[in-house]
Design a protein around this ligand. Structure first.
Ligand code: AMP
Length: 442
């Protein structure tokens, strides 16, 4: 029977593999060495300065951010990943963590603990921003919050911790600081700033024209050249500070001088979020005076938010200050400044096997070696000894133990010293003691 040729030929099914969403990325094993290094340093410094870890949900009530970060901020207005869930609640993937930490502080009655309460967190944040190098839609922050401490000594110590962390990571950084006073003084200042910017309206970028009416402080940290030139001569917020904020700032500077933290006063430094007051700071790479750092340069940013807890229904006058480090930015900077994270510890033993029978037996022996406290690795998926020895060399294992068919029959195992190349066959029941002795362990 003649068949239609077209019917015979099965159409090739092309399955399009899904990609990660724009601005989001996988962190592959090779990259993890940087992440692990960062996490370890962050954990160590948090413990050294007595911060307790807190993990908050990634998904929160949208109101938490709208009310605190501010309706007219870029984060809430343009960048929030918000949606209505199956129970008709308006929820959002957190764009930042300070509001969540403050919520948790109130929810769990932490005001009854000795103050200030010192908390740290680490995890993903989400902002629907325009992706570019150093700016992603899912990124990670390590953050510290000190709630219930009004004195500027707290600000100084937090800045010190940030500098220490980057030093520990092997990075050269500098700190820029400013004070943005109180909500009232900021209001007065904004009027001046708007009046000044209006005079130059035609020269401002599109974003700044919008910011002029919605979030004028952001005019000051616009990265566009034309706006920067205009803003250079803008009135400075520092001249509008109330007496108490001025005192607070002077004290901060004295503390920083006292502990020899190098800082630069940056009168244009403001934070985009509504809840900040008084101290604001950023940590930027120090690549020499003339280096062009580009627009995504800040490695970390922070500041005081004395009104936030009260505004969220917590106790009045709960002063607080916090800091968030961008982990991707810190890692990019490690690469930029040629910082090599220390290699992962080399394994003690590589477990090789030859033949089906040996492979079966090796599974259990491997467990015994591991249970004896050795760092042991394997490539059970490989069958040739050559391939396994190559893997052992790549892993830089100190010893390789080899189990072949003959050894299984004789109940022995070969132990090979990977440095000298010498090898010895020993009874299986002596393997652990032999390895312990060779490695100088008890
Ligand atoms: P912010 O929460 O905006 O004060 O940011 C604190 C730090 O987080 C910044 O200094 C950056 O290092 C990092 N960061 C903020 N937004 C992003 C982003 N979209 N992608 C990567 N890192 C970011």
């Amino acid at each position: 029977m003649a068949t239609d040729k077209k019917e015979e030929e099965k159409p090739v099914k092309r399955v399009k593999t899904p990609e990660t969403l724009r601005g989001m990325k996988d962190i592959l094993p090779d990259e993890q060495i940087y992440w692990e290094y960062f996490r370890r340093k962050a954990r160590e410094i948090s413990a050294a300065y007595s911060f307790g870890r807190i993990d908050m949900p990634i998904l929160e009530d949208e109101k938490l951010f709208v009310r605190t970060v501010g309706k007219q901020t870029d984060i809430v207005e343009k960048e929030m990943y918000n949606f209505i869930d199956k129970g008709e609640s308006k929820v959002a993937l957190r764009p930042e963590a300070t509001a969540s930490v403050a919520r948790a502080y109130i929810n769990h009655g932490m005001l009854n603990l000795p103050q200030p309460v010192k908390l740290w967190y680490m995890g993903p944040m989400f902002r629907y921003d325009r992706p570019q190098s150093g700016r992603y839609r899912q990124f990670h922050q390590y953050g510290l919050e000190v709630i219930g401490g009004p004195d500027s000594v707290v600000d100084a110590q937090l800045i010190l911790i940030a500098v220490r962390l980057f030093e520990d990571l092997g990075l050269k950084v500098k700190v820029e600081i400013n004070s943005i006073g109180t909500a009232t003084t900021r209001q007065e200042y904004k009027i001046e700033l708007i009046a000044y910017a209006r005079k130059h309206r035609k020269e401002l970028c599109e974003d700044c024209t919008r910011r002029l009416s919605r979030n004028p402080l952001r005019l000051l940290d616009c990265k566009q050249d034309a706006c920067r030139v205009i803003m250079k001569d803008a009135p400075q917020i520092i001249d509008w500070l109330d007496e108490d904020s001025k005192q607070h700032f002077m004290q901060l500077i004295e503390y920083l001088d006292e502990i020899s933290v190098p800082y630069v006063l940056n009168p244009h430094l403001v934070r985009g979020l509504d809840y900040y007051n008084r101290t604001v700071f950023e940590v930027v790479p120090d690549r020499g005076d003339d280096a062009d750092l580009g627009s995504q340069s800040a490695l970390a940013a922070g500041g005081r938010y004395d009104g936030l807890v009260e505004q969220m229904g917590g106790r009045e006058e709960t002063a607080a200050v916090g800091l968030a480090v961008g982990i991707e930015r810190a890692i990019l900077e490690m690469k930029q400044q040629d910082v090599e994270p220390p290699a992962l510890p080399r394994p003690d033993i590589f477990f090789a096997q030859i033949g089906a029978e040996a492979r079966r037996a090796a599974l259990q022996h491997f467990e015994d070696v591991r249970a004896a406290g050795f760092h042991v690795v394997e490539a059970f998926g490989k069958s040739s000894l050559k391939g396994q020895l190559e893997a052992a060399n790549k892993e830089n294992a100190r010893f390789t133990v080899i189990l072949g068919q003959l050894e299984v029959q004789d109940n022995t195992i070969i132990v090979r010293d990977m440095e000298s190349g010498a090898q010895e066959t020993i009874p299986m029941e002596q393997m652990i003691d032999y390895l312990k002795k060779e490695m100088g362990r008890k």
